[in-house]
Ligand binder design. Structure first.
Ligand code: M6R
Length: 596
């Protein structure tokens, strides 16, 4: 969940590393640090807190260096503090290390080293890598990294430098992402593309247990047997602007506003290779967080269109440990923006072990899920920087709709002509989203009246309930207001006891046939003192003094979550903005959850 970057080249290393860390801060922001080569020592500057603090400190120093490593941290072992910040050095200050991941056997390794007199200074698992590498160092950094990596259990993406080899930066990874970028002005390592996109779009994706040895002029790859590898270079198609804020106060708002375009891109990119659904008897959709919510929405779509005997949606963190009933007749669909979520990867591997066929829906090209699944369909959301997902979620939804339509035709549950009509309806989503975005001012104003609520409930029925789950998650993660989502029909079974004066209920109603049902839920909560924000495209919906209404454009009921979610995203955004919160980096969260 941390971000790492490294640079070896002709330019000044500090600004390149700090700028890269800015792009990686979404991965963790408890502390930040850099280590660069100066004449005959490492210059290490690191501290607890946001990157901006480190930047301020660096502004007052001149450091001349063309090579270094940097880190932005999401604490796992050891509290956020200056000493626990990365980079870590060996006790002799010969080796400097940045690490993303968890070293599971760090206690044993630490004890062994301590018995040999090595003095540790931090509480982190990561320091053990620096100490061990320094202990093993034999005059060759590549050999040392191989020996060190062989001793480690757990997950890691590592950038390692050695004082005695001032031209060399070595990187290695296992179960955490790491890319190597190459350019005329130098070579890079990074946890993610946006960190280096400004400098190059030519990258190599490191596989597990592959090692990259970088100098300013060359990059070589090795396996753990020190055999030289030939790797394929990839060209990144994301634009440099897509990883910048572009004048918006937050990435989240920029990413919400980008949705008509990325939806269009995703809808227009053809799904080339998918399995024949007629050879399966079960579909399991599994994911985490918002990606799971996309799965819940899609279950309604798959069920309605495909009439398939068994469609399940599972949290990946549950699926991986439940001894799921899946076999070669099961299609397991994994949904993930990053393609690196630890639980989703584990769910995929578990499914594969049981013989299931896997299909991943992923935003990040070259990510683990994309590489390891039997089939992969990409969302074309571009880089998503805000921790709260918006455009990636929306593009996941349309990929899932497209799959459902394709499968329904394959299964002959709908005709090719009906399939085309549904596809036309999906193609209308971007324009309708653009129409909703013209109502930003209304949503902003309404949200500004909602910052005092202690609890906000989201209700809906059927597919409106599915999207209520996402509305509630979005609100709580960035505004820190307690929130839960309920199926309207469940209110009377317990939840209504929580409704009182000063409760806000956000109701979603795009299922025309269920409008009278959700409306009676609305009346029940209003009569108990609640205020209601209704998001609906039902003609009969009307505003009252207790009910504020946002009208959506019409669309096929099954695709309506793609419209209502835009309002829910904007509502959450403006509640959090009015509270003055750090929207792009909410407390305790990180964008990519690469640990359990
Ligand atoms: O990268 P992934 O899509 O696999 O991430 C899954 C969740 O961590 C993610 O959707 C998370 O819930 C978001 N912060 C929600 O906005």
């Amino acid at each position: 969940m941390c971000g790492i970057i490294g640079y070896a080249g002709d330019e000044s290393a500090v600004p390149i590393i700090v700028d890269g860390l800015k792009k990686l801060e979404y991965r963790g922001y408890d502390s930040a640090g850099i280590a660069v080569f100066t004449k005959d020592s490492f210059k290490v500057v690191k501290q607890k807190g946001r990157l901006v603090g480190l930047e301020e400190r660096l502004e007052n120093t001149t450091i001349t260096s063309n090579m270094g490593i940097g880190h932005t941290r999401w604490a796992t072992h050891g509290e956020p503090s200056d000493v626990n910040s990365h980079p870590h050095l060996g006790s002799g200050s010969k080796i400097a290390v940045v690490h993303n991941g968890i070293i599971e056997n760090y206690k044993q390794l630490k004890a062994q080293l301590e018995r040999r007199g090595v003095k540790f200074v931090s509480q982190t698992d990561s320091e053990v890598v620096a100490q061990l590498a320094e202990y093993y160092y034999n005059g060759n950094l590549l050999d040392t990294v191989i020996k060190t990596a062989n001793a480690l259990e757990g997950s890691y993406a590592l950038g390692i430098m050695c004082l005695e080899e001032p031209d060399v930066l070595v990187a290695v990874k296992k179960d955490n992402p790491l890319i190597v970028g190459v350019s005329e002005k130098g070579n890079f390592i990074a946890s993610d593309v946006p960190a280096i996109l400004k400098h190059t779009n030519q990258v190599f994706y490191l596989e597990d247990k592959e090692i990259a040895v970088l100098t300013k002029r060359a990059v070589q790859f090795f396996n753990m047997d020190k055999e030289l590898l030939t790797k394929q270079i990839e060209t990144i198609t994301w634009s440099v602007d897509s990883a910048e804020k572009g004048g918006y106060p937050h990435f989240m708002l920029k990413e919400i506003v980008e949705q008509p375009k990325v939806l269009c891109d995703t809808i227009q990119s053809e799904i080339i290779k998918i399995p024949d659904i007629t050879s399966f008897n079960k579909i399991v959709i599994t994911a985490c967080g918002s990606a799971y919510n996309a799965g819940v929405v899609s279950k309604y779509v798959f069920e309605r269109l495909c009439r398939f005997p068994s469609i399940e949606v599972e949290l990946a963190s549950e699926f991986r440990y439940k001894d799921a009933c899946v076999d070669e007749k099961t299609l397991v669909i994994l949904v993930s923006q990053s393609g690196e979520t630890a639980d989703t990867i584990a769910a995929m591997r578990e499914a594969k072990t049981k013989g299931a066929i896997t299909l991943s829906i992923v935003n990040v090209v070259g990510s683990t899920l994309a590489k390891e699944a039997d089939y992969t369909v990409y969302t074309a959301a571009g880089p998503e920087i805000a921790v709260a997902t918006t455009k990636a979620f929306s593009t996941q939804l349309v990929v899932l709709y497209k799959l459902a339509v394709k499968f329904a035709v394959q299964l002959q549950k709908i005709s090719a002509d009906e399939g085309r009509k549904l596809s036309d309806e999906i193609a209308s989503i971007p324009d309708k989203v653009a129409e909703i975005l013209t109502k930003i001012d209304f949503i902003q104003k309404y949200a500004s009246t909602c910052i005092g609520y202690k609890s906000i409930f989201f209700i809906g029925r059927n597919i409106d309930y599915a999207i209520a789950l996402e509305g509630s998650l979005k609100l709580k993660e960035i505004s820190y207001i307690h929130s839960e989502a309920y199926a309207g029909g469940e209110l009377k079974h317990g939840t209504i006891s929580l409704v009182e004066e000063n409760t806000l209920v956000v109701a979603i109603s795009c299922c025309q046939r269920l409008y009278s049902k959700i409306f009676s839920n609305i009346e029940q909560v209003i009569s108990r003192g609640a205020k209601v924000f209704l998001v609906s495209n039902v003609e009969a919906a009307e505003e009252t003094d207790k009910l504020s209404l946002l009208k959506l454009p019409n669309i096929h009921e099954l695709f309506s979550p793609s419209l209502s979610v835009i309002v829910l995203q904007l509502f959450s955004y403006y509640v959090a903005a009015n509270k003055g919160l750090d929207i792009d980096k909410p407390r305790n969260l990180a964008k990519s959850v690469t640990v359990e």
